[in-house]
Ligand binder design. Structure first.
Ligand SMILES: [Zn+2]
Ligand SMILES: [Zn+2]
Length: 137
């Protein structure tokens, strides 16, 4: 079986492929992700940049904060990726854009301190107050 992982936006104009499996899969409860997706929480997978490529049209870019770009389809508006200078080796794709999200279950949560109280996603998973390199929540 190929290790290739693929995904796309809603209209299919922007597609992507990674020749390596995801490095990790998580939920993010930060307000920036809420506002830029319109969803009550975001879910991400991390890919090595060296294995990842956009395979049709390139996404549009919105600079959401210093050193951070949110990538989305310029035609249908689907949020696709979080691209930050501070994660130089990795690009983070929204899990819901994968062709087979069922293969990459989230195993932890980040920015748990910003979570909406009534949102219950992956309860019981390891959770971090802020980023996954910081303190547990
Ligand atoms: Zn699209
Ligand atoms: Zn976030």
């Amino acid at each position: 079986m190929s290790a290739s992982v693929t995904g796309r936006c809603h209209c299919g104009r922007v597609t992507y492929e990674s020749t390596k499996p995801v490095n990790w899969s998580c939920f993010c409860h930060c307000e920036d992700c809420r506002r830029s997706t319109g969803a009550v929480a975001a879910a991400f997978v991390g890919f090595d940049r060296t294995a990842f490529e956009w395979t049709s049209a390139k996404p549009a870019v919105y600079p959401s904060s210093e050193g951070v770009r949110r990538l989305f389809c310029g035609d249908c508006g689907t949020p696709l990726a979080f691209d930050a200078d501070r994660y130089g080796e990795e690009i983070h794709l929204y899990t819901g854009t994968l062709d087979h999200p069922e293969n990459t279950p989230a195993t932890f949560s980040v920015y748990a301190e910003e979570k909406i109280p009534w949102v219950h996603l992956g309860d019981g998973l390891k959770a971090y107050a802020k980023s996954g390199s910081g303190e547990e929540y």
